[in-house]
Design a protein around this ligand. Structure first.
Ligand code: ZN
Length: 277
């Protein structure tokens, strides 16, 4: 057993992650829901609504039917799909950042919420998890930091095998990069992400993600300046093997880079013409 495997197993009685598989047309193949504590218990995220029974059965079994808190890292449907069911069955309100609450309310008007922001402390027996504001993927995205053990419940900020989708208008790449740096500064030892197995080398993974974003930005800028090409053409050039049904998504990723460069006053982009400032 490696040192890192023992780190995951060391905390297996207080942090449990359950993989919920996606419906066929979903963007991600699966999502992880995370249960922290061994009485009291706090659940982070709730999975796709199509897997409601599986989610509820698992939470019931793991908690002996007594959940103390339910928290959303962010509003996306793969994380909030069973929010209403969890809150109803376990008689708990839904905790989330106010920006995310407004977005979930559009779908779940009946749900009762408790608004939490940066520095809110989630007390789970002896464990204190501090909310860290990490916008970018979603505008009110929160992660939860266990300072003593340097463990992060990471939502979709840092994923194990894929890059995080950051698409306007709700996604913001400048904010996303700042959030990555903020988490890197914490020097985490272990991250439980929203998609994928626990990240055992967080600093290496975040540094890789930062340099990947930097490289992409340079490629996109080059493509925008070189040709008089449409965003569709730039997306096809940058993301090779892009399927036709992924084109809109690719274009939105390019848009997020353009928005970032504009916010940084590095370029202007008007009517398809990019100019360096
Ligand atoms: Zn998400």
């Amino acid at each position: 057993m490696s040192a890192m495997e023992s780190l995951v197993s060391k905390f297996s009685d207080v942090i449990r992650s359950k993989r919920i598989f996606a419906p066929e047309d979903a963007y991600m193949e699966h999502v992880e829901i995370i249960l922290v504590g061994n009485g009291p218990y706090v659940l982070f995220d709730s999975g796709y609504s199509i897997q409601k029974d599986e989610v509820l059965d698992w939470v019931r079994k793991e908690t002996n039917g007594t959940l103390d808190k339910f928290i959303l890292t962010h509003q996306h449907y793969d994380h909030s799909g069973n929010a209403k069911a969890v809150c109803d069955v376990f008689s708990v309100p839904c905790h989330a950042h106010p920006i995310e609450i407004d977005l979930v309310k559009e779908r779940e008007a009946e749900l009762s919420f408790i608004s939490i922001e940066e520095d809110f402390v989630v007390k789970i027996g002896e464990i204190n998890l501090k909310a860290i504001f990490t916008p970018g993927h979603s505008p009110g995205h929160l992660t939860f930091w266990w300072e003593e053990e340097k463990i992060l419940i990471g939502g979709d900020n840092i994923l194990t095998d894929t890059t995080t989708a950051v698409t306007p208008p709700l996604g913001n790449l400048s904010e996303y990069i700042q959030s990555l740096r903020k988490v890197l500064d914490l020097k985490p030892h272990l991250i439980f992400p929203g998609h994928g197995k626990p990240i055992e080398n967080p600093e290496e993974r975040i540094s890789h993600l930062l340099s990947h974003r930097d490289k992409r930005e340079k490629q996109v800028l080059e493509a925008l300046l070189k040709n008089d090409s449409s965003l569709e053409e730039v997306a096809k050039y940058i993301y090779r093997n892009l399927r036709e049904d992924q084109l809109k998504f690719g274009v939105n990723m390019i848009r997020s880079i353009i928005e970032k460069l504009k916010e940084e006053r590095k370029i202007t982009y008007e009517e398809g013409i990019c100019k360096i400032l």
